[in-house]
Design a binder for this molecule. Structure first.
Ligand code: AMP
Ligand code: MG
Length: 408
């Protein structure tokens, strides 16, 4: 059996990289920067006020209270024309440019109007108090977002403030195929004897949608070598990456192996992980192909451990793996010591804030109810074999606990 990390490294090194191009910052969320995004201008572009108040010379109000003559009003969006000299102030709004001569702003709460043209400044202030200097946030040449970063809404705002159109990697189009004579569309009304609903393709489409990649759904293919051959060929001609489920284990009707072997270079791996051991990986005409196990949870674990990182790598991302955190097991568990075992767990936080994991239900590789209610995989590494309640465990997070309240 191949160690998981080694198998993943091999998969990643075989992924082709895609092209890149500019994209509107407002629609860039989920895309990965292909180049570092550098500021070309100062942000803010000019010294401006952080408060509604009065622009003054700090030294002029050192002996507050002091009454000053108000020589101008300046709103955000307009440009002051006067110069503040000792004995004078400019009434200024948040975001308005600082008038020349002034070096601080006293907020309106610390002042009192005297008639229409004068103001009493009640407090003394340091130079630059309530002034947002030009370039205080960003300066030309600053890296706003490095390359290889999957953009969030917060990045988009940072890019927009510097007028940057990000250059992002292209998204791979991903083809999805379910195989198996017993597999029927999940919307089938009455299941014929011996048939099961196709959950794999729904799961794959949903996780791919989360990644934001274009999906080519090629439906369900029976255990028929001729049909399989034509669907895989079609997939490889249209997609940048192909995922199928089923047909890769030791069964009599597992034709996927044979067909893929004929069409391209495909290897059948036994990876030291559970669930998800049998797994086909290779390419057809240079298009990478993943043959995932048919069992739904095996298929999901293989997706998480190989396909998701592979797609992110193709998209140019630097961070390929889910966030891992240290937690503790909340119950005793026994696992196969020869594999990394991924337990579906629910998390609670103890008084110290430590995440405590308990199994979210049955751990059979066909059991989706426990996957649906899980927050994370507890990864029990090769060589461990058992954990007791209170032992440390690594948690691969796919949902943070607040998600259980329904707002994930
Ligand atoms: P296989 O890898 O084809 O031997 O399938 C292993 C198990 O996964 C069998 O119980 C199949 O019925 C089940 N299975 C295969 N494909 C799917 C699918 N698309 N959705 C749900 N279960 C599946
Ligand atoms: Mg099958």
């Amino acid at each position: 059996m191949r160690p998981l990390a080694e198998a993943r490294a091999e998969v990643l090194s075989a992924m082709p990289r895609l092209g890149s191009g500019p994209v509107d910052a407002g629609s860039s969320v989920g895309r990965v920067t292909a180049l570092p995004a550098l500021a070309r201008e100062h942000v803010p572009p000019f010294d401006n006020s952080a408060m509604d108040g009065f622009a003054v010379i700090a030294a002029d109000v050192a002996q507050a209270p002091r009454t000053l003559k108000v020589i101008e009003d300046v709103a955000a969006g307009s440009v002051p024309v006067s110069t503040v000299v000792p004995g004078t102030a400019v009434r200024i709004m948040t975001g308005a440019p600082m008038p020349s001569g002034a070096d601080a702003v006293v907020r309106v709460e610390d002042t009192e109007a005297v008639g229409r043209d004068e103001v009493t400044i009640a407090v003394s202030v340091e130079e630059q108090h309530n002034v947002r200097p030009r370039g205080g946030d960003m300066s030309p040449g600053d890296v706003i977002v490095d390359s290889g970063i999957k953009l969030t809404a917060r990045h988009a705002a940072g890019l927009a403030s510097a007028g940057i159109v990000p250059v992002v990697s292209d998204m791979p189009a991903v083809a999805v195929i379910s195989t198996g004579d017993e597999v029927v569309p999940y919307t089938t009304r009455d299941l014929a004897p011996g048939t099961i609903r196709d959950s794999n393709r729904v799961l794959l489409r949903a996780v791919l949608a989360e990644l934001g990649v274009p999906i080519i759904d090629l439906g369900i293919v029976g255990d028929d070598p001729v049909e399989l051959r034509s669907v895989y060929q079609d997939a490889a001609s249209r997609a940048d990456l192909v995922i199928s489920t089923g047909g890769v284990s030791m069964g009599d009707y597992d034709y996927v192996k044979q067909v893929l072997g004929d069409l391209g270079s495909v290897e059948f791996w036994k990876v030291a992980m559970q669930p998800g051991k049998p797994f086909a990986f290779g390419s057809i005409n240079g298009v990478p192909l993943f043959g995932l196990p048919g069992n739904p949870v095996s298929s999901f674990v293989s997706f998480e451990q190989f396909v998701r990182p592979a797609i992110l790598h193709m998209m140019g991302a630097t961070n390929l793996l889910r966030t891992q955190i240290a937690g503790t097991m909340g119950e005793d568990v026994v696992t196969s010591p020869d594999r990394t075992v991924f337990l579906r767990v629910m998390l609670a936080q103890d008084a110290d804030g430590t995440f405590v994991a308990v199994k979210s239900g049955g751990q059979g590789s066909n059991m989706l109810s426990s996957l649906a209610s899980a927050d994370a995989f507890a990864a029990v590494p090769v060589g461990v074999g058992s954990l007791s309640a209170g032992d440390d465990v690594t948690l691969e997070m796919f949902r943070w606990p607040e998600g259980r309240r329904g707002d994930e």
